[in-house]
Design a protein. Structure first.
Length: 255
């Protein structure tokens, strides 16, 4: 699916005339030859992300523009996985896990959506624009593409399939379904065999789950070859827990 190279902290994912759908800071739909995964340095202060990415691409010797993801994980930990009509490239770090408990011993905290000013987060952490504040902060970025030509809904659904696979993989490895800055780019070949669906039971969806899982596991193994993977928000440098409770009501029958 892709020709993938890295230079100066930038991973270029290349394939001519590709349709992209990105959840990154410059996200949305686009068409072109490239997408990027860019490692940001320690003490990263940038707010003009377009200019910053443009400088980084130029420094790395890449001139084509395309969707870009940002991460605190070094690109030497990037891993790619291929199965059937799908390929995935991932970088994975989990120093800023985002936990989502589903059971509460004390009944949870009722109706406190503004409680997010957690003591854990008052000391610093990932920038709200999607960029880590230091190079030891995590982020799980995934670029997943297929040689099939997906319908617009199927390309959007491929993002959901990849996110589900990411969450399942991270839950098994570190106990949280993601980090505070994760992003996904889904891609397809507009000249490939047409595919109307990309759900988990389809050839594309099944292969995407396998590729995303295996690329993330391999990247985690590389990133944490000598350090333990944080197994909770408390064990991590940064992180959040969504432990408030929403008000839940029944949907009323139409009269």
């Amino acid at each position: 699916m892709f020709e993938t190279t890295r230079s100066d902290g930038v991973c270029r994912i290349f394939r001519p005339e590709t349709r992209w759908l990105s959840t990154g800071y410059d996200g949305g739909e686009s068409r072109g030859p490239v997408a990027y995964n860019v490692t940001v340095p320690e003490g990263w202060p940038e707010t003009d992300l377009d200019s910053y990415v443009e400088r980084r691409l130029a420094d790395a010797g890449f001139d084509a523009r395309g969707p870009a993801l940002l991460t605190g994980v070094d690109q030497r930990h990037a891993r790619r996985a291929r199965y059937g009509p799908v390929e995935a490239i991932a970088t994975a770090g989990v120093s800023n896990p985002a936990a989502l408990p589903t059971e509460f011993d004390d009944g949870g905290r009722e109706n406190t959506p503004d409680d997010a000013a957690d003591e854990r987060n008052e000391t610093g952490g990932p920038d709200e624009l999607g960029g880590p504040a230091a190079d030891d902060v995590g982020t799980v970025n995934v670029v997943v593409g297929t040689t099939r030509s997906l319908e617009p809904g199927a390309l959007a659904n491929l993002v959901a399939v990849a996110a589900e696979a990411k969450a399942a993989t991270l839950l098994s490895r570190c106990g949280s379904p993601g980090t505070t800055t994760d992003a996904i780019v889904a891609a397809c070949d507009p000249s490939g065999e047409a595919a109307a669906f990309s759900g988990s039971a389809t050839p594309v969806g099944n292969a995407a789950r396998i590729c995303v899982r295996d690329a993330i596991v391999a990247s985690l193994d590389a990133r944490y070859a000598t350090d333990p993977i944080p197994q909770s928000v408390e064990a991590a440098a940064y992180g959040v827990v969504a432990d408030a409770r929403a008000t839940v009501t029944q949907v009323q029958r139409r009269r």
